[in-house]
Design a protein around this ligand. Structure first.
Ligand code: AMP
Ligand code: ZN
Length: 461
């Protein structure tokens, strides 16, 4: 018997059994996507992989999933207090390109990285700038319902009108109000946030639109409320993002949606915890960050990073080190080699699948699920059964085990000639010559292993 799927919902702060809101429809899944003012770093991809694994676990349990992801290509300010600059306009200045060009460039780079990490494409990848009209209509409804006010620099959400504002993050709204630690400009309350910002007088923004309130651009949070509602409806199954989204971005998405349609947008709110680098937060804005390409440049297969992420539970932070990535690369290599050597003549092992289900359905416990996979690989089930069982698990892991094959190394002719000469020397029991030739091969970076029927050549190191 497969245990039911339980997921940790940050809204209720409980582990809840998952049941789709509408059993006849696909599970609705919305995940906050990249802000495309720069490349995404491997920390961002930890969250995207957690979401990919969640989607795969849902599918593994027999659900169909409709996955919607946004691309933030306008409105994400450098400060959460609505005072900073638009990251896109800043990115444009940094690169000497237009905001529209960098949005396109980094969106394409993101899509390419998803492939490298074996992250399945969302069914819908929607850009904020393609949904300005929907965002304006959303804000107009919020205003009509009495939750908005206009200041000199924008339209703001009045959080004091909502008694449960900040519930997701268990925010101490009154404490914030009393302390007024947050830079608040013309806002009435520290937790109020921009729905629409006016272009500054005299400033020509690259991205700006007309609205009933004045020319400008949407706030960051409204894009997700608007696009999620458009593609998934007023109340859908699961909404995800990184842990940093809990106190501001998701809190505000919920406030906006409550103000418009009276729901908290999603039934489950799930968050991936951060990847940290040398115990410090990995942030694009700090300037130094690792990309998927940085791993490739150092000779790693991007899927080694995927394997590394599977070794940590998504609700705990993961500290990135090169040693940890080395260990993951070795684990992945061994798993691939082991899988590759298995025959294709078996069926899945029911007992192992049950053990696996007990892990992945327990709030995505992938570290334990990986351990079950190793038990299968090392255990004494028939080879074909092992293969079929691991292939089934890999629908969740996404390590591409079934498509992998060992790289055949190209051996240069001169090296082949040395190896042949050494084989001949060995067969003639001319040990001195055989040793000399082996040393020559080693100097050129090759290791020769003697086999009963000949030899094998491997690159050293
Ligand atoms: P952004 O491009 O900043 O909008 O972030 C894209 C996604 O990555 C969001 O879900 C963030 O919460 C998430 N994220 C940002 N930094 C990290 C990190 N260091 N580790 C894991 N996820 C992160
Ligand atoms: Zn979002």
């Amino acid at each position: 018997m497969r245990p039911p799927l339980s997921l940790y919902d940050n809204y209720t702060r409980t582990l809840r059994e998952f049941a789709p809101l509408d059993a006849s429809a696909p599970v609705g899944l919305y995940t906050c996507g990249p802000t495309v003012y720069d490349y995404q770093h491997i920390g961002n991809y930890r969250t995207f992989m957690f979401e990919d694994v969640l989607k795969r676990v849902l599918e593994w349990n027999g659900y169909r999933v409709r996955h919607v992801m946004n691309v933030t290509d306008v409105g994400h300010l450098t400060s959460d207090a609505d005072t900073g600059e638009d990251k896109m306009e800043k990115g444009a200045r940094r690169t000497g390109r237009t905001a529209w060009e960098i949005a396109e460039l980094y969106t394409q780079a993101f899509v390419a990285d998803l492939k490298l990490l074996n992250i399945e494409d969302p069914a819908v990848l929607c850009r904020a700038t393609d949904h300005i009209a929907e965002q304006i209509a959303f804000i107009a409804d919020i205003e009509k319902n009495g939750f908005a006010y206009v200041t000199g620099d924008g339209v703001y959400f009045d959080t004091s009108k909502q008694p449960d504002y900040g519930y997701l993050a268990r925010l101490d709204v009154h404490g914030l109000e009393a302390g007024k630690r947050v830079e608040q400009g013309d806002k009435r309350h520290p937790t109020d946030f921009a729905l629409w910002k006016f272009s500054a007088p005299g400033e020509k923004r690259q991205m700006e639109w007309d609205s009933p309130w004045g020319r400008g651009f949407p706030g960051w949070h409204i894009e997700c409320s608007a696009m999620a509602q458009q593609y998934l409806g007023d109340f859908f199954d699961i909404h995800c993002g990184g842990e940093d989204h809990i106190p501001v971005h998701h809190t505000n998405e919920i406030a906006q949606t409550e103000a418009r349609v009276g729901t908290r947008l999603a039934n489950f709110w799930m968050h991936g915890y951060f990847l940290i680098l040398n115990d410090a937060k990995m942030a694009k804005s700090s300037g130094e960050f690792l990309r998927v390409q940085s791993l490739i440049d150092r000779g790693y297969d991007p899927l080694a990073y995927r394997y590394l992420c599977l070794t940590g539970h998504y609700r705990t932070q993961l500290n990135f080190t090169w040693d940890a990535l080395d260990a993951a690369a070795t684990g992945l290599e061994r798993m691939r080699q082991g899988f590759f050597a298995l025959p294709r003549d078996g069926d899945v092992d029911g007992a192992s699948v049950e053990r696996f289900a007990a892990c992945v359905n327990d709030d995505l416990n992938l570290p334990r699920a990986l351990a079950v996979a190793w038990d299968v690989l090392r255990g004494d089930l028939p080879g074909g059964v092992k293969r079929a069982t691991l292939a089934d698990f890999d629908r969740v892991f996404g390590l591409g085990l079934a498509t992998w094959s060992p790289k055949t190394v190209d051996v240069p002719d001169a090296i082949r000639a040395l190896a042949d000469a050494r084989l001949a020397a060995r067969q003639a029991k001319n040990w001195a010559e055989a040793d000399r030739l082996r040393a020559a091969l080693q100097r050129d970076g090759w290791e020769m292993e003697d086999r009963a029927d000949g030899y094998a050549l491997k690159r050293k190191g």
